[in-house]
Write a protein that binds this ligand. Structure first.
Ligand code: NDP
Length: 399
């Protein structure tokens, strides 16, 4: 049917490339382009022999002109941005210049301020509408499937949703005292930032990890989880009818938290450059260089993830509770595509989002968050590509 350009070649991109190749009726050809071309070539070797044709390219995606040239020469139907949030705007700009659809999994964050917000990407809305192209923002798991779950709950189960709690549990054990399961720099920026939730039209801010709850997750058991700020809160607060409160919780083990506190205390998580042996370095970037690469955690990670949303609201005048979640097993993901479950649960929805645009199932020009599209075709594809969903009408609630 068509072609996709995948930008970035880390943990998530590797899963998306595998999934595109499993879905060769839609993805006849892909090009994997990233800063380090040798990684793209190594991934291509793993994909050789599949029906989907695979090419690779070297690309600095911070440079709009380079992205434009690659898009012009490969001529994809969709560009899937799986580099880092810092590249979102340059890639969106290049898609606008070349008239191509855009998909990503994380919202833009300026490199020098640890603050992610949609305003920079939403500012492209009119220009995308005029160009007749689509930007699908946040097509990973969270954001991503959590938005699709919300749209699905709204469409089929509620007249109004009043409360959403998004719960992200990773009960995987990689055996290291400290490692992050996606890009360490982005992960640490996220968890060391202040927490916040949205209630009655306002943001309520907390100190980092200030609010802890315990939740008994299906198929995982009891885990400590902490309230974080998370990007889908911003769009869901606008897009879900009647919403009064949205919170996001993520589980962390004690070893992770103790190491993180220590690293923070000594200044290793700072993004302010310091002088080291005559040249400036950013402590967090140096830390990233010494931590395990998340893409290498696959073979050693055992256990499961459980990510989902608990909705409370009203249907036909009656109060109703509904929980939608996915459970994913790290080792099963590794056996299938050579990656752990965090990359898998992000890489699969990125492929499905691109598929929605390529098949025309989602077809409206402009810049949209994922919950603004019809959730049904996406929900139908999730189990087919390895992410089955479960529902419960009587879940434990978060107090
Ligand atoms: P990795 O660090 O493993 O991979 C990032 C890739 O992007 C690397 O291949 C890197 O190249 C490449 N890259 C970085 N800068 C550039 C550039 N200027 N030009 C071209 N390529 C570049 O990250 P992950 O795969 O773990 O994460 C990818 C994205 O997915 C991130 O944005 C992350 O925030 C998001 N994510 C979203 C989730 C969700 O559920 N929505 C969950 C997890 C992640 P090099 O190899 O040279 O370093």
């Amino acid at each position: 049917m068509g072609k996709a350009l995948i930008i970035g070649c880390g943990g998530v991109a590797s899963v998306t490339a595998h999934k595109c190749c499993q879905n060769s009726d839609v993805f006849e050809e892909i090009c994997i382009a990233s800063r380090t071309k040798s990684k793209c070539d190594a991934l291509k070797q793993k994909l050789d022999g599949k029906k989907t044709k695979v090419q690779t390219a070297q690309l600095d995606a911070d440079d709009v002109d380079s992205v434009v040239s690659l898009i012009e020469s490969f001529n994809p139907d969709v560009v899937i941005n799986l580099a880092l949030p810092y590249q979102d705007l340059s890639i969106m700009e290049a898609c606008l210049k070349t008239g191509k659809n855009y998909v990503d999994t994380a919202n833009y964050e300026p490199p020098d301020t640890a603050k992610f917000e949609y305003k920079w990407q939403w500012a492209y809305k009119e220009r995308y509408e005029k160009a007749g192209i689509t930007a699908l923002l946040g097509s990973g798991f969270d954001p991503g499937v959590t938005g699709v779950f919300s749209a699905y709950a709204m469409k089929h189960h509620f007249d109004e949703i009043h409360y959403i709690d998004i719960l992200d549990a990773n009960a995987g054990d990689h055996g290291y005292p400290f490692a992050t399961n996606f890009n360490p720099e982005i992960n640490i920026r996220e968890v060391t930032a202040k927490g916040s939730w949205w209630e009655d039209g306002k943001w309520i801010e907390t100190e980092p990890m200030e609010i802890k709850k315990v939740y008994n997750f299906p198929q995982i058991g009891e885990r400590d989880m902490y309230l974080l700020h998370h990007e889908e809160l911003e769009s869901l607060a606008l897009n879900i009818k009647g919403i009064k409160r949205i919170r996001f919780f993520m589980t962390f083990g004690q070893s992770y938290l103790t190491h993180l506190k220590c690293l923070e205390n000594v200044g290793m998580t700072s993004i302010e450059p310091i002088m080291f042996e005559g040249r400036p370095i950013v402590p967090l970037q140096f830390l990233k260089a010494v931590l395990p690469d998340p893409a290498t955690l696959g073979p050693r990670t055992v256990g499961k993830t459980n990510i989902g949303c608990i909705f409370r609201g009203v249907k036909d005048g009656k109060e109703k509770t509904y929980y939608l979640y996915n459970v994913c097993d790290h080792q099963e993901c590794y056996r299938e595509v050579g990656s752990q479950a965090i990359s898998y649960t992000t890489g699969v929805p990125a492929m499905i989002g691109a598929m929605m645009l390529m098949t025309g199932k989602w077809n409206k020009a402009g810049v949209y968050n994922i919950e603004e599209f019809d959730p049904d075709p996406f929900m139908k594809e999730l189990p087919k590509w390895g992410l089955p969903w479960n529902e419960s009408f009587n879940p434990d609630l978060v107090d």
